[in-house]
Design a protein around this ligand. Structure first.
Ligand code: FAD
Ligand code: NAD
Length: 404
């Protein structure tokens, strides 16, 4: 019998977890495994706020895919996926078409703009390495230009962060560390800098523990960060943003840097390929297959799963993406053998939100943690992700070893 071809799209947390687990479970004769990714590197999406603020170099955030795959078992193809033809069972990329027997889609997320005018054109999104590098350079350029100008333009030193979810808050934490460094480097009075977070909901980190949220807000405020709460961004312009302050009251904030961190949607390929979807995410079956597609699995941020405890979608996280990836590897082996597939259920260990290098808040195994203890835990979690994919070697190479 012909051995099946498994094609995995995306070398993020989900896709790379599938491949690195699968290569441990199968022999080269069992199946052909093809991994497709647009870059020849994987990046730690969960560290992109650090690269964006400039508190960590972007090279530290990425590593070569070749270094973590077994080339005797996995064929890596560097290509950009352009579409999926589920009827013909093939993936269309910018380089070639790739036929599959089983497909795993792990193409990640895009920033959600909710159709708000001007955001796509005038705001940055912490989306990938290239975007992070551009945000870092843009902010630094504003500081250097301000220092040079005769007539000082305060909007150069105004940074607006749209959204006080986990991404927004983690980025603000990095800015709290980075802005004093930039001020020193460019001889700028820190009082001239304004970092403002604009949140639509009535609270920061909506739905998270209030005591921990209060801790985060008072820490960030002590570092000079301002919050405008319950005031949605309604437009972005070349000059900044417009926010809604009341029924018919709006305020325009002049800012040369607007970073949009107000939620995510799945990869647009999901919509293009014609899968039934909600904001480019597929509501998957219990075994993570796309409904009506018995040979297509979805992992990570392209998958939508409902938490039966509250009837709401699980938030898209790396934690879940990695668990889905490992689970799917086992199910692919089962499928190839003709065995029953196992349903997936996430094992949620908690959430830790960093506030720069030395501060954080979190709830881990039901316990609330703050400060240095939480910052330590965040680094342990970050290193654990490296360990699961690439073992101790990758932790030594890329890990956050300054954990204390
Ligand atoms: P990703 O890890 O984003 O990977 C997608 C991959 O697909 C990438 O390699 C990309 O290059 C590739 N790709 C995309 N399009 C194409 C294409 N057309 N062709 C080929 N390749 C393509 N979650 C947590 O659990 N804990 C955290 O602390 C945390 N922190 C975060 C911090 C930030 C700043 C952000 C933005 C998110 C954070 N998250 C965190 C969420 C987490 O990063 C995502 O849920 C996770 O990355 C999803 O994994 P994924 O495999 O679906 O996608
Ligand atoms: P999110 O959906 O968690 O938060 C987005 C925030 O933007 C919300 O508070 C929302 O009210 C706000 N918002 C929406 N529209 C707005 C508007 N018009 N104006 C102002 N504010 C607006 O999205 P995220 O923070 O990008 O996170 C994406 C996913 O990644 C989530 O699942 C999150 O849990 C995960 N994540 C986890 C961590 C962590 O565990 N440390 C860190 C970052 C991201």
């Amino acid at each position: 019998m012909k051995r099946p071809t498994v094609v995995v799209l995306g070398a993020g947390y989900g896709g790379l977890s599938v491949v690195t687990k699968l290569q441990k479970l199968v022999n080269p004769d069992d199946m052909d495994i093809i991994l497709v990714n647009k870059n020849d590197y994987h990046y730690e999406t969960t560290w992109l706020h650090e690269a964006s603020a400039g508190t960590m170099h972007h090279d530290k955030v990425r590593y070569d895919i070749d270094g973590v795959i077994n080339k005797g078992k996995v064929n890596f193809v560097k290509a950009t996926v352009e579409n999926i033809d589920t009827k013909a069972q093939k993936v269309i990329t910018d380089r070639s078409e790739i036929a599959y027997d089983y497909l795993v889609v792990g193409l990640g997320f895009e920033g959600e703009t909710f159709g708000i005018p001007g955001l796509k054109e005038h705001a940055f999104s912490i989306a990938n390495i290239k975007a992070a590098r551009q945000i870092r350079d843009h902010i630094e350029y504003q500081f250097s230009t301000y220092s040079l100008e005769e007539t000082k333009d305060p909007s150069r030193l105004t940074i607006v962060v749209g959204g006080a979810g986990f991404t927004g808050i983690e980025f603000l934490g990095e800015l709290a560390d980075r802005v004093p460094e930039l001020c020193e480097e460019y001889d700028i009075d820190p009082k001239a800098v304004r970092v403002l977070c604009v949140e639509a909901a009535p609270m920061v980190l909506p739905g998270f523990d209030k005591e921990l949220v209060d801790y985060a807000v008072s820490y960030l405020e002590s570092k000079g960060i301002e919050f405008s709460i319950g005031t949605p961004v309604v437009e972005a312009t070349p000059e900044g943003v417009k926010i809604k302050k009341g029924e018919d009251t709006f305020e325009e904030i002049k800012a040369q840097t607007v970073v949009w961190a107000a939620g995510v949607r799945g990869n647009p390929i999901i919509e293009k390929a014609g899968f039934e979807n909600m904001r480019a995410r597929i509501k998957v079956d219990a075994d993570l297959r796309a409904p009506g597609h018995n040979n297509v699995f979805i992992v990570g941020d392209c998958a939508l799963m409902i938490n039966p405890e509250n009837d709401r979608p699980y938030p898209p996280t790396a934690q879940i993406a990695m668990q889905q990836g490992a689970h799917t590897a086992h199910n692919l082996v089962a499928l190839a053998k003709g065995d029953e597939l196992e349903p997936f259920s996430p094992d949620l260990k908690g959430t830790v939100c960093s506030l720069g290098e030395k501060e954080a808040i979190g709830e881990v195994f039901g316990r609330k943690i703050t400060g240095k203890q939480a910052a330590f835990m965040k680094k342990v979690i970050d290193n654990r992700a490296l360990y699961i994919i690439g073992g101790p070697g990758l932790v030594f190479k890329k890990g956050k070893l300054n954990v204390l």
